[in-house]
Write a protein that binds this ligand. Sequence first.
Ligand code: GTP
Ligand code: SPV
Ligand code: MN
Length: 608
Amino acid sequence: MTTTLPRTLEAWVEEQTELLQPDGIVWVDGSRAQLNGLLRAMVDSGQLTQLNPEHRPYSFLARSDPDDVARVESRTFVCSKNEADAGPTNNWREPTELKAEMTELFRGAMRGRTLYVVPFSMGPVGGPLSRIGVQLTDSPYVVASMSIMTRVGDDVLSRIAAGDSWVPALHSVGAPLEPGQQDVAWPSNPTKYIAHFPESREIWSFGSAYGGNAILAKKSFALRIASVMARDEGWLAEHMLLIRVTDPGGRRFHIAAAFPSACGKTNFAMLRSTIPGWTVETLGDDITWIARGDDGRLRAINPEAGFFGVAPGTGPATNPTAVDTIWGNTIFTNVALREDGDVWWEGLTDTAPKGLTDWQGRPWNPAAGPAAHPNARFTVPASQCPSIAPDWDDPAGVPLDAILFGGRRASNVPLVAQARDWQHGVFLGATIASERTAAAEGTVGELRRDPFAMLPFCGYNMADYFGHWLELGESLGAEAPAIFQVNWFRKGSDGSFLWPGFGENGRVLTWIIQRITGEIGAADTPVGLVPTPNTIDHLAAGVSARDWEALFDLDVNSLLDEADDTERFLDGFGERLPAEVRAQLADLRRRLETRLGVEAASLQRAVA
Ligand code: GTP
Ligand code: SPV
Ligand code: MN
């Protein structure tokens, strides 16, 4: 195998077929008939369970291998030629070496299986911001998921025939079948590799069938490879939701928000504001591509066509829009099965129905763990979302007014703060920390840095990525969107959330928009500009004056400790870290120390 790109699609497929040795090849054409046939075959073979159509029409349950339930960051690699170009936050392997090793894994890997060729477009086919790829896979589950999550089929082939460049994405579950061997419901391999070759724009994935490891159009293409394309071409590929907000006067605003995995993007994207007269329309819930338009402003599209959303915690009280979205045409993965053939998960209803089968197919024993896996997911077309904007798939995208960064922080980070300017906003994004969730392997709850919510998804050195953001801001000048930091997850001394979240986040959104329009002022603090009294009606949200204060409490000593930790984190990038990021940290420390001096002086006065 060579490291150069294949000349033509046909030649590439032929070359891979020789290596993978599948029993047959199917070109996925994007037709409903072909997809239905595939789903039916998976039900017949036991790979999918069809749900009771009276409750959940055209819907299916997949149960994964219990060892294949989330992204495996420890097995995800960015294989740039030079290790320094992958940066300290990515796993790296020398590309030629890893390709040689993986070629041996791929050799004969599809024996006894069908090879599916899946041509896909991220963004509307042919759109100015859209990009295309072709995934080879031996997992019909992945084909069905790709068919929901992306635009798949023959019109993509026409673009390739017309000369559009495309990204080859090779995937195998790595479980060849010997003649007569019985297949399992979820084939996978204990050896896993999710490898990215940024210079040649290639993706090789082996051993997993789970979403982010296997639906290669999503995190592998639309973030890791696309972030490299974006760096080279002057745009952004981000782990962000995208919404349109309309105020009572009919003015429209577009907002993108980056929160780490399982930290509220899908929920915020489907927000039903509790403030009358304010409406939110959904444009995207996970990935946003952003580029400068002809007018010099940033424009954004959602490159996906579906949602791969977290099921647990999704219920009528938290996200009624998602509940309505998944009425049918949905593939559920690792949720619990009800006696009546419908699905269930923790948070869907307050009490669990009787007679549940858990995500591993066993009668549910509450003492043994949750009925649904904490990272159980639904895969559903975006078009089914009741709050989807009618023009959500406009290839030209929407003009961007504000960018939000957030994470799960029990302490230190206020409910909302506006960045002082673009550079400060980049600093906030670069230094985001968040408690780990079930979306990837690791210890849930442990605090880790997740800059721009892109730590697992940036295809190059994140120091250069910060630099790319800074440069873009400079070129935008006054047209740069405002930047904010939010935190729905701050906890009080009793360990419970101080802020009710979900629909009440609409109050924070309204404040953000009133800041953009300049309608209201803000209070200057060391960490940014925060709401002045009575600009957010916290009592209407059920938050006491004391809790409201706690949501914005500045523990200066603790923040100075965190600044030390930030310095250690930034030091990890060495020489490549843009000087501006360091300057921002120095500014933060100076503001905190000034504040500490003021506090000490007032304490002294009080004592005297
Ligand atoms: P990925 O798809 O992994 O990128 O995640 P996401 O950012 O889209 O996360 P999602 O919206 O699915 O939320 C994950 C979890 O966070 C769910 O269990 C939600 O119930 C919970 N959550 C979302 N918004 C809020 C909020 O405002 N407050 C609280 N307390 N929990 C929230
Ligand atoms: C995430 O983990 O951020 C997801 C799910 O959105 S996955 O597609 O598996 O990456
Ligand atoms: Mn995500």
